[in-house]
Design a protein around this ligand. Structure first.
Ligand SMILES: Nc1nc2c(ncn2[C@@H]2O[C@H](COP(=O)(O)OP(=O)(O)O)[C@@H](O)[C@H]2O)c(=O)[nH]1
Ligand SMILES: [Mg+2]
Length: 223
């Protein structure tokens, strides 16, 4: 049995998106593993744990990988259960994967993920400059339409991944601290009773998020 003192928050994250957008690569890269171009398509969901510190709080992230293969999509709905955050991932070199976000994934998340789950739109493979078909602007427009933050990343070149996960974690911890429901089993969260929603890092959250989005956009424009 784990001691609740080990971490202030236990957060469940899920990555969804069509097959081949790079969900597994993103998770492995974020976990510190080298980029592996020969990765096999995921059949079933899998998860790994990463511990990080955000704003002086110890956070344990349990990150779920899912399969975007069409015939297995219904299975994904069970992964949304008790999730605190969902990354909606597309591939900037695949128009189809971008369309799938609008026609399938955003609806499936809204239907099956907890209402309070934080959502972030992620355009992966920003390194594929020649093959890009979805512009940064279109990604931003879709994110605005969905009312969620947006990052362009590259699992291959390890660009902006950390920022996307960091922002997700910050936004979730902010929600949880506002809720302030110690030991809320619905969200699978351990809330430190000493957690103080008036901490300076949370006050700076809005500015931090705006900055990271600016930087994210700038970085993708430079590519
Ligand atoms: N160029 C490029 N290829 C990537 C990137 N991320 C993943 N891939 C490739 O895309 C393919 C699908 O990746 P995978 O992680 O299995 O996608 P998943 O089905 O969403 O889990 C693999 O051949 C990866 O090597 C990236 O950032 N850039
Ligand atoms: Mg996969």
């Amino acid at each position: 049995m784990e001691s609740t003192r080990e971490h202030n928050f236990l957060i469940k994250l899920v990555l969804v998106g069509s097959s081949g957008v790079g969900k597994t690569c993103l998770i492995q890269r974020y976990n510190g593993d080298p980029y592996n171009p020969d990765i096999l398509p995921s059949i079933s969901g899998d998860w790994l744990v990463r511990k990080i510190e955000v704003g002086g709080k110890r956070v344990k992230l349990r990150i779920w990988d899912t399969s975007g293969v069409e015939r297995l999509r219904p299975l994904t709905t069970s992964y949304y259960r008790y999730s605190n955050g969902v990354f909606l991932v597309y591939d900037v070199a695949s128009e189809g994967s971008f369309n799938d976000i609008q026609s399938y994934w955003s609806q499936s998340v809204n239907q099956h993920a907890p209402e309070k789950a934080t959502k972030i739109l992620v355009g992966n493979k920003s390194d594929l400059i020649e093959r890009r078909v979805v512009s940064t602007k279109r990604g931003e427009e879709l994110a605005d339409k969905l009312g969620i933050p947006f990052f362009e990343v590259s699992a291959k070149n390890n660009l902006e991944l950390g920022k996307a996960f960091h922002t997700m974690t910050l936004l979730i911890t902010k929600t949880l601290m506002n809720d302030n429901e110690p030991g809320d089993s619905q969200s699978g969260v351990v809330v430190d009773p000493k957690a103080n929603s008036k901490s300076p890092y949370l006050r700076n959250l809005a500015g931090l998020f705006a900055r990271s989005r600016d930087q994210s956009n700038r970085a993708s424009m430079l590519n």
